[in-house]
Structures are given as structure tokens and as C-alpha cells.
Design a protein around this ligand. Structure first.
Ligand SMILES: Cc1cc2nc3c(=O)[nH]c(=O)nc-3n(C[C@H](O)[C@H](O)[C@H](O)COP(=O)(O)O)c2cc1C
Length: 158
């Protein structure tokens, strides 16, 4: 069976996910980030997570050269952040409020959860690169509703 890329995309869209903004610092210490729904858990002990980043992404170099990244799991009222980091923009960080922990990677306030990670492995993932990170610090608020992405659209949990 040959897999048509458009049909494949639609089939993958049946898998509902959360939405994250994943951040790092470039070699000059400037914040970099992009919207990702490829975030997933990998291992509890050690605590590992993963995401995949397209080889054409402008932020790829920064993620490959940095040793750390932060995952910000967006809340239902943060769709605007997903839009901001999900398409090309001149300066995504202008006027944006964020904290930093140990690594300096931007931690976005108001998220459902934040994970600060040390990059452990990168793997070939076809037209993407798979990053696996070990979580060193985290915060979460399980009372907040997450932003949900399904079949190319944002959803809210009922
Ligand atoms: C909901 C959503 C999820 C996305 N998930 C991913 C992803 O997991 N991996 C990826 O490479 N791009 C993903 N994208 C696309 C990138 O966010 C987008 O291409 C972004 O402009 C990349 O930024 P950059 O070129 O500055 O690195 C997603 C976009 C949206 C809106």
C-alpha cells in the first residue's frame, strides 16, 4: 500500500493532542520557540519526553546547538500563543512575558504545565529530527483546561 501524504496527514489528525510551545536559546542567548503537537512522554524513570521538529524549521539549528529545551503545555485560553509560534513571524518575542529557570529557556506563564529538559538524544525522523530530553524541573496546574488540537482545528474539552 502506498501512503498518500495528504491522506496520511488527515489520518494522523484523528489523533487528538495537546498543544505546546517548545523553546530554547540560540548560540547568542536569544529566545527561540515553535508550536508543537508532537510532544509526548517516553519514560518515567528516567523522566524522558520527546518532540519532533521539521528539518526546514528556522529554529532547528538553535535546538541542535543548545543542550536544553523547555516545553510549555498550552491552556485553553492560550490559542493565541499557538498561532504566534505556529507560523513564520518577524519577532515572536516582542513584548512577550516569560520566566526562566536554570537553563534560561523561556517558560511561558499561564501554561497548564512547563517542563525544563536537558537534551539527551537526537534521532533521524525522516523529514523531522526527534529530540529526546530528560526533565530536570517542572510545574503544572491540573485545574486548568488544556488547549486541544484535532483534525487541524483547536478544540476545547467539554
Ligand atoms: C498546532 C500546531 C502543531 C505543530 N506541531 C509541530 C511539530 O510537532 N513539529 C514541527 O516541526 N512543526 C509543528 N508545527 C509547525 C511549526 O510550529 C511551524 O512550522 C513554525 O513556523 C516553525 O517555526 P520556525 O520555522 O521558526 O522554527 C505545528 C503547528 C501548529 C499550529
Amino acid at each position: 500500500m502506498s501512503i498518500d501524504p495528504r491522506a496520511f496527514r488527515s489520518a494522523l489528525g484523528c489523533f487528538a493532542t495537546g498543544v505546546t510551545v517548545i523553546t530554547t536559546l540560540d548560540p547568542k542567548g536569544r529566545p527561540v520557540g515553535f508550536t508543537a503537537n508532537s510532544f509526548n512522554s517516553v519514560s518515567l524513570e528516567p523522566p524522558l519526553v520527546l518532540f519532533s521538529l521539521g528539518r526546514r524549521a528556522l529554529s532547528l539549528r538553535a535546538f541542535l546547538s543548545s543542550h536544553d529545551f523547555a516545553v510549555n503545555v498550552l491552556a485553553a485560553d492560550q490559542q493565541w500563543l499557538s498561532d504566534l509560534f505556529g507560523k513564520a513571524a518577524a519577532d515572536r518575542w516582542a513584548g512577550l512575558d516569560f520566566e526562566t529557570w536554570d537553563s534560561g529557556c523561556p517558560i511561558l506563564p499561564g501554561a497548564v504545565a512547563n517542563f525544563e529538559c536537558h537534551t539527551r538524544y537526537t534521532h533521524d525522523g525522516g523529514d523531522h529530527v526527534i529530540f529526546v530530553g530528560e526533565v530536570g524541573a517542572m510545574a503544572y496546574d491540573d485545574q486548568r483546561r488544556p488547549l486541544v488540537f484535532h483534525q487541524g482545528r483547536y478544540r476545547d474539552l467539554p
